[in-house]
Design a binder for this molecule. Structure first.
Ligand SMILES: [Zn+2]
Length: 290
């Protein structure tokens, strides 16, 4: 399994954790945009973090780690999104040549964790993550401590060919202060180059050599876009005919490019008309049936 999320438990310490490794699909998803090395690293960190944060989400739900830049900020937007089946995608929009560390790229903007439940489910949940610490891992650790009251350590890594993440979390019961201090100190020795160079199971054995680490079956992660013709059509219907008319008048067609994967979807004028006519017809049919 090339891309995966692996849950584990440090049994004798009352600490749980997750490891993420992503090596497949990186150029296919991200290669169409030009990212500076710093931008790719930040986006890679976000993509590695998202499955760790979403490991417990419910059936049909979707989790987003979302950044919105302030006016005039070079990094306009960054999104990493994963659903409950572990389909993962992400993108960033920024000025050409945007680079810098986490603080430089993100300060002044808004970073949030957003949970979208399945249709008809509970309300959306959104919580702001303060842009604190030297990197995304530290900001997320602070977020967990403040919002979920869970002591958490996270290490994230990204290279052009691999995104990786490791998270340990103190369980509310069964973890004495000494146990957490022990795990915390061992985790402290882990740096990004080692996280990227070593596979998750070897890394866990190496880090927690004196402890009993139980590794559970991995879930596979698909790093790929989920855009489709049907989805783009629904988006166009949502915009409405009025909104689309000026584009049709000017260009005679509508071209939509998926922000995540760069795939383009073209609609000729007649196809746009058919789309709206079909929607009207099915709305009419719905009314007749009632
Ligand atoms: Zn797409």
């Amino acid at each position: 399994m090339a891309n995966h999320l692996t849950p584990f438990l440090i049994e004798n310490r009352g600490v749980r954790g997750f490891a993420v490794e992503i090596t497949e699909g990186i150029p296919e998803l991200l290669g169409w945009r030009e990212y500076s090395p710093d931008m790719l690293r930040l986006l890679g960190h976000a993509l590695a973090a998202t499955p760790l944060l979403a490991a417990d989400i419910g059936e049909g739900a979707r989790f987003n780690l979302q950044f919105q830049g302030a006016d005039g900020q070079p990094l306009k937007m960054l999104v990493a999104q994963v659903d409950q089946q572990m389909r993962l995608r992400g993108m960033a929009k920024c000025d050409a040549g945007t680079d810098g560390d986490f603080q430089k790229l993100m300060t002044r903007g808004t970073l949030a964790c957003m949970l979208e439940p399945k249709a008809g489910g509970a309300d959306r949940y959104q919580a702001l993550v303060e842009i604190l610490g030297e990197n995304l891992s530290e900001a997320l650790e602070i977020y967990f401590a403040q919002s979920e009251q869970l002591r958490t350590r996270i290490c994230l890594g990204a290279s052009p060919t691999k995104f990786a993440g490791l998270m340990v979390q103190r369980l509310p019961e069964g973890c004495a202060d000494d146990d957490w201090v022990h795990v915390y100190h061992l985790f402290q020795t882990l740096q990004e180059p080692e996280l990227l160079a070593v596979d998750a199971e070897t890394l866990l054995r190496r880090l927690f050599i004196e402890d009993t680490v139980r590794v559970f079956p991995s879930r596979s992660i698909a790093l790929q876009c989920q855009c489709s013709h049907a989805q783009i059509s629904a988006m166009l219907l949502g915009l409405g005919e009025e909104e689309l008319r000026p584009v049709l008048v000017e260009q005679g067609r509508i071209d939509v490019t998926c922000e995540f994967c760069g795939k383009s979807y073209g609609y000729r004028e007649v196809e746009v008309r058919e789309l709206f006519n079909a929607a009207k017809a099915s709305a009419e049919a719905g009314r007749t049936l009632q």
